[in-house]
Design a protein around this ligand. Sequence first.
Ligand code: HEC
Length: 199
Amino acid sequence: MRGKTATAIVLVIVIVAAGALVMWFQRHGFSAREEPAWYEKTLARHARKIATPAGAKELKNPHPLTEESLPAAREHWVAHCSSCHALDGSGNTTIGRNLYPKAPDMRDMETQKLSDGELFYIISNGVRFTGMPAWGEEDSPQSIWELVGYIRRLSHLSAEEKQLLEKLSSGESGEGKPTASPPPKHTHSHASGAPPHKH
Ligand code: HEC
């Protein structure tokens, strides 16, 4: 008998919750155009922190950026990341601005205070329910560690480096530019002389 009452209570709760959810979506829709509320952002950040294994957070960067690895890291950033994160890391691109949640400004403290291990984990595994893809299958661990180093540079890019980034991206789809307006091409080549290909 007690079991039946408990089942009935759970059923009522589920029906009420489903009804509330339907009403919420009727009012708010599935639109990605709104800015997530502060509590949504805080909850999402906490959930992400908890889900990152402790060992991963503490990893030290085994491939810090060097003069030799910098050009490849820069090119990698332009090719795989700047379409959403922008050349300067501001997130100010057509795609980055219109995602939900938006691509964050990675020059800010919120990103910079993440440990190297956390950045590596996020880039390798992506962030579920957001536009952030997992790159672990696509990119080598070394190239991801070098991107971690590149993210640390974003807050103090020199004018020359910004020009270099613009130059690197101008041969490509144009999506990486903060004011991406030209229609995207389907193939592009990297400055390294790799043959034109899709991403
Ligand atoms: C298709 C769009 C897209 C691409 C391409 C993309 N990102 Fe992201 N990225 C996002 C979004 C959206 C978020 C925010 C996720 C969130 O709110 O948890 C994000 C978050 C991040 C974060 C966490 C920053 C923070 O403060 O929370 C890092 C680090 C990151 N991206 C690195 C990269 C790197 C490196 C690349 C290229 C290899 C890349 N991303 C490519 C969309 C993208």
